[in-house]
Structure formats: structure tokens, C-alpha cells
Design a protein around this ligand. Structure first.
Ligand SMILES: NC(=O)c1ccc[n+]([C@@H]2O[C@H](COP(=O)([O-])OP(=O)(O)OC[C@H]3O[C@@H](n4cnc5c(N)ncnc54)[C@H](O)[C@@H]3O)[C@@H](O)[C@H]2O)c1
Length: 338
């Protein structure tokens, strides 16, 4: 039996669902300062320990791992506390509010020998199409992958004006910081390269002028292996909403449309003889089905000693790209990542 806890019960509710679907996992406790969320979740999942102070959760005897699903500025300090308390941690995205925080989390994981994973869950939520696309790339069907374009375009955010999401000091940013980690993770995973060399970016606050976070972000990210990523994200804009990843290869390409219905989620582009073709897989069957959720992946890694696919090191690499994107915009120059 693996005993887990969840801190923060907004997105934390998805973690409760993920853990509750795994055999031999007990959700030993939850923590939140909101008593209503605490009692609703405790009742729904029949959880013994529902605590206002997350430190009481960290001290529960027998607890092995926690999900940290708090506002971004708390990811760093609470994750470090949990690791030092001897727990493995699955922390929500963005890994932290800044590279400095993310580095302290990686250091704490190394010092304690505990597993730290980042909840970059899209490849699991978008399965099997996401894993099928990865498989086609690995088999060489698209040739060399030289460009991945990501778009996460919202007309307007649903976050109320008072939300911590709209305060830079608490969130670390919006258009780039919030959706950037998901899109960057998909792009780097598909390009099979987590090492960025240089970043040129632009972030603006053009519409959400009642807040100090970016509502527009665009960045060109050059990976050491030669692939270039385009990241486009808006939290407010006058455009058609979109959420998609396009893969450009020397022999073919694909679009993974995160907003489309399941049957239209993946489009493949290629050539049959002299004819250019566009196809949709109608039923994707993978020889080895992936774990059903990021929580299942995390628990399997704890049980087998495997390094999570969304490891702390990869999370840190992505944080460096996002900080460089903001830095590039502020300094009006390309940033070389060291
Ligand atoms: N992976 C995804 O797809 C996804 C989706 C949504 C949100 N998120 C991430 O999840 C995190 C939380 O976002 P959210 O939408 O759930 O926000 P939220 O504001 O709805 O929830 C945060 C919860 O943390 C609680 N909290 C705040 N400070 C606390 C403290 N000191 N001790 C205990 N509890 C405290 C709040 O009461 C609240 O219930 C963010 O980092 C966000 O980026 C990820």
C-alpha cells in the first residue's frame, strides 16, 4: 500500500481522482486552508486526516508522498519542506515561480534522495494519440524533426481579477508561466531534446491592464539538437482560441489538437507517391498502453525506482526557458541559456 497526501484542493482534486483510481494506494490525508474544500474532499474520498495546516500532513506517520497543488509561489518552499520531511513529491506545474526556486527544489531532492516529479500531465491526458505520435516520431516516420509550433490561445482568462494567478509576485507570470510549461513539455518530449541553447521572446500586457501579468507571450527556443520551438500563448486576445502542437519533420508532420474532439485530435501529414496526404487515425492501439494518469506514473516510479518522465531536472530545464523568455523580453535581446 502506498500512502499519499494532497496539499491544495483546487487542481488537487484531480490528484485525488488520479490516486483514488490506482490499486493499493491510500490517500492518508489532505490539507487546505479552505475548510469547505477540505470537508467536501474528505467526504467524497473518505479521507481520515483533513488538515488546515499542511505541516501536520507532512508529519503524518506512514505518509510516503505528497502532491503539492498550491499557488505557484508556494511550490518551492512547501516542496523543499516535504522533501526534507522524507517524502517524495509530485508538484504541480509550473514547477516554481522562478528558476531560483526550482533549483532549490532540485537541490533538496538530491540531498534527501527523494523523488521529485512535476505534474506535466498533458501527454497522459491526451493519450493514446500523444503516445502514438511519439512512437511515429521515434520510428522515423517524419524524418528529422526541425520545428515544433505550440499555440495556447485564449480570448480571455476565466480567472477573477482578485485571483493569485493575476498577481505576478504570486504566480510568476501568466501567458508564458501558466500554459508555457505544458506546451514546452509536449514540444521538448516530441523533439526528444530538453536542452535549450538560446531563447528570444516577447511578453506583453495589452488587454488585462488591471493586472501585472503577461496576457501575451511568444518565444523562439533553439534546442541544442537543432530543433526550434515556437511558443505562442495568450491569456487574453482578439483571435481564434487554439490549443495545439504542430510537428514539422523532413518527411512528414502532425498536429496534435488539444482542443479537438478525440477523433480529430491527431492529424498526420505525409506523401503517398507524388501526392500529399492528410489522415486521422481512427483507432489507436498501442502495444504497451501508458499509465492512465500522471499520478499512476509517479506511483509506478516510486514502486520501481524509475526516474519520472517529468523529472525535476526536466522541470528545471523548462523553467530556465521560461525565465529566459521573460528575460529576453525585458532586456530586448536573445538570451543564451547556460
Ligand atoms: N496540471 C494542470 O493541468 C493544472 C490545471 C490547473 C491548475 N494547475 C496548477 O495547480 C496549482 C493550483 O492551482 P489551482 O487552480 O488549484 O488554484 P486554486 O487557487 O483554485 O487552489 C489552490 C488551493 O490552495 C489552497 N491554499 C493556498 N495557500 C495554502 C496554504 N498555505 N496551505 C494550504 N492550502 C493553501 C487554497 O485554499 C486553494 O484551495 C497551480 O500551480 C496551477 O498552475 C495545474
Amino acid at each position: 500500500m502506498t500512502k499519499v497526501g494532497v496539499i491544495g484542493l483546487g487542481m488537487g482534486q484531480a490528484h485525488l481522482k488520479g490516486y483514488s483510481d490506482i490499486a493499493d494506494v491510500e490517500i492518508l490525508g489532505i490539507a487546505d486552508i479552505d475548510p469547505r474544500r477540505l470537508s467536501t474532499c474528505a467526504e467524497q474520498y473518505r479521507i481520515k486526516h483533513a488538515l488546515a495546516d499542511y505541516r501536520d500532513l507532512l508529519a503524518l506517520p506512514g505518509l510516503e508522498a505528497v502532491s503539492v497543488c498550491l499557488p505557484n509561489h508556494l511550490h518551492g518552499p512547501v516542496t523543499v519542506e516535504a522533501l526534507k520531511a522524507g517524502l517524495h513529491v509530485l508538484v504541480e506545474k509550473p514547477m516554481a515561480k522562478s528558476v531560483a526556486d526550482a533549483q532549490s527544489m532540485v537541490d533538496a531532492a538530491e540531498a534527501t534522495g527523494k523523488t521529485l516529479a512535476v505534474s506535466l500531465n498533458y501527454r497522459w491526458s491526451l493519450q493514446p494519440e500523444s503516445f502514438f505520435l511519439k512512437q511515429l516520431i521515434e520510428r522515423g516516420q517524419f524524418g528529422e524533426i526541425y520545428y515544433v509550433r505550440t499555440q495556447s490561445l485564449r480570448r480571455r482568462t476565466s480567472m477573477p481579477a482578485t485571483s493569485w494567478f493575476r498577481q505576478k509576485q504570486l504566480s510568476g507570470g501568466a501567458a508564458a508561466r501558466d500554459m508555457g510549461p505544458h506546451m514546452l513539455d509536449l514540444a521538448m518530449w516530441l523533439a526528444d531534446d530538453y536542452n535549450a541553447e538560446r531563447v528570444s521572446g516577447e511578453t506583453r500586457t495589452m488587454i488585462m491592464t488591471d493586472s501585472d501579468v503577461d496576457d501575451f507571450a511568444a518565444g523562439l527556443i533553439h534546442l541544442t539538437g537543432g530543433c526550434t520551438i515556437m511558443l505562442e500563448s495568450t491569456w487574453a486576445s482578439f483571435t481564434k482560441p487554439a490549443c495545439a502542437v504542430s510537428v514539422f519533420g523532413s518527411k512528414g508532420g502532425a498536429i496534435l489538437d488539444l482542443a479537438a474532439s478525440k477523433e480529430n485530435r491527431l492529424t498526420l501529414y505525409g506523401k503517398e507517391g507524388d501526392t500529399y496526404v492528410e489522415t486521422h487515425p481512427v483507432e489507436v492501439l498501442l502495444a504497451e498502453p501508458p499509465e492512465p494518469s500522471i499520478q499512476a506514473h509517479f506511483v509506478n516510479c516510486l514502486r520501481t525506482g524509475r526516474t519520472p518522465d517529468t523529472s525535476a531536472e526536466r522541470g528545471l530545464a523548462e523553467m530556465k526557458v521560461l525565465d529566459a523568455l521573460y528575460g529576453s523580453s525585458e532586456q530586448r535581446r536573445e538570451i543564451v541559456i547556460t
